[in-house]
Design a protein around this ligand. Structure first.
Ligand SMILES: [Ca+2]
Length: 213
C-alpha cells in the first residue's frame, strides 16, 4: 500500500507546476497558463502579430486551436493573464468567426456560442445597415474595450493591416493514475523499507507495457 502512496507523492512532486501537464511541445514560460476550471492549457501568443488565419494555423500546428471562451470566468481569466503579461496591444484573436455563413458566428470547434461578450454594436448586434458586415468575419477580444468582442476583417485588406496577437488552447493531459497500474517500484535489496512509513530513496521505477515483449 505504501508503494502506491509513494508513487502518488512522486507524481505530485513531478507535477508541482501544473503547466507540466500541458503538451510537451509547448514552450514553457509566463505565456503558458492553465485555467483551473477547465482541462485546458492556454498559450498567450499576445506578443505576435498576424492574421486570424495564420493565428489559427499556428495553434493547429502545435495540436490546439484558437481559444474558445465558454463563460465569464474564462473571459476574466484571459483578461487577467493579458494584464499580468503587460499586454499593450489592441486585442487578441479568438476562435469565433462567421466565415462559413454570414451572421452566424461559430467557434472553431464547430459549436455555437452559448456565452458571448460582444461590444456595443458588434457581431450580430451591428445592425443590417452596417456595411462592413461581410468582411468582418473574425473576432478580436478587444483588450482596450474591457475584453469585449469585436468582429474584424480576418486578414489585412490592401493597406488596412489586421494583424494581432492570439491565444491558443490545448487539451491538458489528464492526471490519470490508471497508467500507474503497469508501473511498479523495484527497490534494490538494501533499499527495502523496514516499515510502511519509511520512504524509498533510490528505488528504481520500472515500467512495463503491453507492447513490450
Ligand atoms: Ca461577418
Amino acid at each position: 500500500m505504501f508503494i502506491r502512496v509513494e508513487l502518488n507523492e512522486k507524481l505530485l512532486k513531478a507535477t508541482s507546476d501544473i503547466t507540466d501537464l500541458c503538451p510537451y511541445n509547448l514552450q514553457r514560460g509566463p505565456q503558458l497558463r492553465v485555467f483551473e476550471h477547465s482541462d485546458s492549457c492556454y498559450e498567450f501568443m499576445s506578443h505576435r502579430h498576424d492574421s486570424w488565419y495564420n493565428a489559427q494555423k499556428d495553434c493547429l500546428s502545435k495540436g490546439g486551436h484558437l481559444v474558445v471562451i465558454n463563460n465569464i470566468e474564462e473571459e476574466n481569466f484571459i483578461m487577467s493573464v493579458l494584464g499580468s503579461l503587460n499586454f499593450g496591444g489592441l486585442g487578441v484573436w479568438i476562435g469565433l468567426n462567421d466565415i462559413a455563413e454570414e451572421g452566424v458566428f461559430k467557434w472553431i470547434t464547430g459549436t455555437s456560442p452559448q456565452f458571448t461578450y460582444w461590444g456595443a454594436r458588434q457581431g450580430p448586434n451591428a445592425g443590417a445597415l452596417h456595411v462592413a458586415h461581410g468582411i468582418e468575419d473574425c473576432v478580436l477580444l478587444k483588450f482596450s474595450d474591457s475584453g469585449h468582442w469585436h468582429d474584424y476583417p480576418c486578414e489585412s485588406i490592401a493597406l488596412l493591416l489586421e494583424n494581432y496577437g492570439w491565444i491558443c488552447q490545448y487539451s491538458m493531459a489528464s492526471l490519470s493514475l490508471s497508467g500507474l497500474a503497469t508501473t511498479s517500484v523495484v527497490p534494490t535489496t538494501s533499499d527495502v523499507p523496514t516499515s510502511p512509513g519509511e520512504s524509498i530513496t533510490s528505488g528504481e521505477l520500472t515500467t512495463t507495457s503491453q507492447t513490450e515483449t
